[in-house]
Design a protein around this ligand. Sequence first.
Ligand SMILES: Nc1ncnc2c1ncn2[C@@H]1O[C@H](COP(=O)(O)OP(=O)(O)OP(=O)(O)O)[C@@H](O)[C@H]1O
Length: 763
Amino acid sequence: MEPIVTLKEKCRKCYCCVRSCPVKAIKVDKSYTEIIFDRCIGCGNCLSNCPQQAKTVADKVGVTEQLLASGDMAIAVLGSSFPAFFHNATPGQLAAGLKKLGFAEAHEGAYGAELIAGHYARITQQRSMPLISSHCPAIVDLIERHYPKLLKNLIPVVSPMVAMGRFLKEVLGPQVRIVYISSCIAAKFDTNMKETRGAIDIVLTYRELEGIFKSRQITLQSLPDEPFDGIPPHLGKLFSIDEGTFRAFSIPVDPLDTESVSACGEVNVMGVINDLAAGRISPRLVDLRFCYDGCIGGPGRNHDVTEFYRRNLIINHYKREVPHQTAEHYLRHREPVSLTRGFTSKHSRLDSPKANDIKNILQSTNKFSHKDELNCRACGYRTCREYAVAVYQGLAEIEMCLPYNLQQLEEDRGRLIQKYELARREIEREYGDEFIVGNDRKTLEVLDLIKQVGPTPTTVLIRGESGTGKELTARAIHRYSKRNDKPLVTVNCTTITDSLLESELFGHKRGAFTGAIAEKKGLFEAADGGTIFLDEIGDITPKLQAELLRVLDTGDVRPVGGTAARKVDVRLIAATNRNLEEGVKEGWFREDLYYRLNVFTITMPPLRNRVESIPILVHHFLDKASTKLNKRIVGIEDRAIKALMRYPWPGNIREMHNIIERASVLTHDDIIRLENLPIAFAENYEEGAPTALDLRNSFRAERERHVGKLEKKLVQRFLTEANGNVTRAAKLANIPRRTFYRLLDKYRLKDSDAKGRHNNPGE
Ligand SMILES: Nc1ncnc2c1ncn2[C@@H]1O[C@H](COP(=O)(O)OP(=O)(O)OP(=O)(O)O)[C@@H](O)[C@H]1O
């Protein structure tokens, strides 16, 4: 496993890692950024600078715990910066804590610096070219991967950490396991390198060690001091601070000396390396450390204390005597056999773009001239050109350019506003402001129901064939409701796939499924405070039915891939043209959801049952077509109306709407004629043949006649029984007196007549 891990789901692509990476070893992917380990130097900048903590150190706690439990001899070696991290406990308490964890011995790694000091002194005297110290693993990686030209300048000696490992294994035998603990991340990379492999078994950070103490409930401050093992270091204790190398190696330092240069921190180091590579400087010895302030400023440093205080802690530790119990065998072996190492070029050259490639990339982000190149660094690259090179090399994406994105967003926003306006006008035209048109009894009943249920919070189920005005009715209910200032969100449950529908309705968390690159709110949340209209509800899957039922019962919406729920206040209107009762029987529709929906049902009559409304509907659609087509159409000829009334209308009102619009397009004058209708209408049309309405009207007339006869007889009978007294007759008939008088008028019966007839019941 690589020493740094990217937690993909946490990465928000803010480019902080790109910006902070000194060697551009970050590749930006669609939804996260990745480290390119072939280029990475392990400086840890991406760890320290990630605001989302999406880059993290690969956990070595588990393997350490396993080692301690295995019974193998495990030795803990503390990096020379440890006093600047564990400053709340004494060194002796720290040594005691390590022993308590199960380490057989605890060593000060500062001795490693003293082990290699002689080599440094020898080599610096022997060679004449500029020599670069090689104790900082990030510097070694930097030269091996990015400045192979300087490989020959690296001092071929191992780091203090590796020196300690080799020393301990030589004294105690190769079976001993060494755990090195420091604030360095690059050291973790070092254990994998061919040239240094085998010396150290596990590299931990101080923070990881602190975590182990915590999990084992070991409080260092409560432990009695114990001595360290191994050889007590002296000047090596200063190794971790700025210029500490020269002190640890006993190389005299003089600020006016240009022969021995020391530099800490990315900017200074990169400056010196570039000067060396360009041949601008040629000191005899260059001591480089990638971290600011030296090793006490490593990525795993103690962030609670200042650099100044950390430095003081190291100097105080140097001045203090720390008890050591040094076994005899350590004194016998003063130096391991080998403390040298080699270096290998790991440089991999990425493709270099040609001038034209750069120009094309710049142009694709709207940079056509020099002044368009803002070099704003928002993408993480110093200049637009560096960024263009990274795009060419596949490290960066076009979408990383902030000014370009803002411009795109502005343009998209403009386009969306336009589209929204067009869609709004279209809906307005389609559904009008209120207009449920029709004067037949059934439409009037529907209007009554809408007015009754509208202002209540009741769930409404609208049933009816396709095109009968279910959505129009849902909109009218919302308009009559107290929520009409809040959104009405309409969802057609059949237009999106089942899996997408769930995330559309309830939203999803980032990474919930492939393609969920960002968190998304669902339509239930969008409808909060208002109404949601679920059209074709009979077509949703049982899984979704269960989730919907839960939302209706609890008012809690849970996004796909998430656990936390959000409360919403949404009124549901659902519509279907399917037989839900059959669905319950056959098992494709949940019974509990059916009862939850079937609280208040409005059934839309098909157009064939509201033939009386056809003329008024036709005129309504003619008006709409005139506006839409910007054409003056004043009417429709009688033959056409009759043909329309005879048609069985399988597609209901939507079909009629379309036919009228088509006819309006086709007509050459301001009247719709039979010929403008589809051919089926003309073929069906027979002059004089009764329409469905004619037939229905003749039936009505017959029925009126018969009912009238019966009603007249009843009125006469009650009058007779009441002895001609209208008030009494009305009481006997159990109808209001005024109604009784109206009936007397209707059948031209007078009180006197009634009395007369009373004597002549035969009539
Ligand atoms: N009573 C009516 N008055 C005016 N226009 C109507 C009426 N009923 C339906 N329409 C029109 O008919 C078309 C179809 O209506 P709507 O979309 O509401 O039907 P629907 O039953 O929801 O259809 P589907 O089942 O296919 O979703 C719309 O253009 C609508 O404006």
